[in-house]
Design a protein around this ligand. Structure first.
Ligand SMILES: [Zn+2]
Length: 186
């Protein structure tokens, strides 16, 4: 365990076991600090690991070099619900090959540059960059489903004049309800 590297990495429940450079990238081999794995079906925790297949996950650049994390992927056989379950990690979306923070970073870069520029800078294919961008964009879209409880508010649009605007808010989501523009009543 190297507490300085662990602090630098800033990911929960992992420690840097070793690191090396290869083909222009930094590779960080990680170990978990927690022995138990939670079943994703019933939340039962066990330290009996059924199998452990390492995976490579892209993370934020360190000192100008791209980073790959080599992580153990732990699978358990849950004695409680008798199902095979693969560990879920807070910092990686299920089935993804990038950390959440790296996907967020790529998303922000594409907003400022182009897919081609980000692809070149990050040594990712244009398809990979586009895939990350579209996925994050999709997850950020507002949920415009009908609210269950609403509140109505009125405020004066012009001081001293009887011009009022009505704002409809979703009480449960604490956001403006559809339509996004205030309903105006002159
Ligand atoms: Zn279970």
């Amino acid at each position: 365990m190297n507490i300085y590297l662990d602090t630098l990495l800033n990911l929960p429940y992992v420690t840097v076991f070793t690191c090396y450079q290869k083909e222009g990238f930094n590779f960080l081999k990680l170990d978990f600090l927690n022995d138990k794995v939670k079943c994703s079906y019933c939340d039962f925790e066990t330290d009996e690991i059924h199998q452990n297949r390492p995976i490579l996950v892209r993370d934020l650049t360190i000192c100008g070099k791209g980073v790959y994390l080599q992580l153990p992927r732990r699978q358990i056989y849950c004695p409680h619900c008798q199902k095979y379950s693969t560990e879920t990690l807070d910092f990686i979306e299920k089935g993804r090959k990038y950390t959440k923070r790296y996907e967020e970073y790529i998303y922000e870069r594409v907003k400022e540059l182009t897919v081609e520029q980000v692809s070149y800078n990050e040594q990712l294919s244009a398809e990979q960059v586009q895939n990350i961008f579209s996925r994050i964009e999709g997850s950020k879209k507002k949920d415009w489903s009908m609210p269950e409880r609403i509140s109505l508010d009125e405020f004066s649009r012009q001081k001293g004049k009887r011009k009022f605007a009505t704002v409809v808010s979703d009480l449960d989501k604490s956001s403006l309800s559809r339509p996004s523009q205030p309903l105006c009543r002159d």
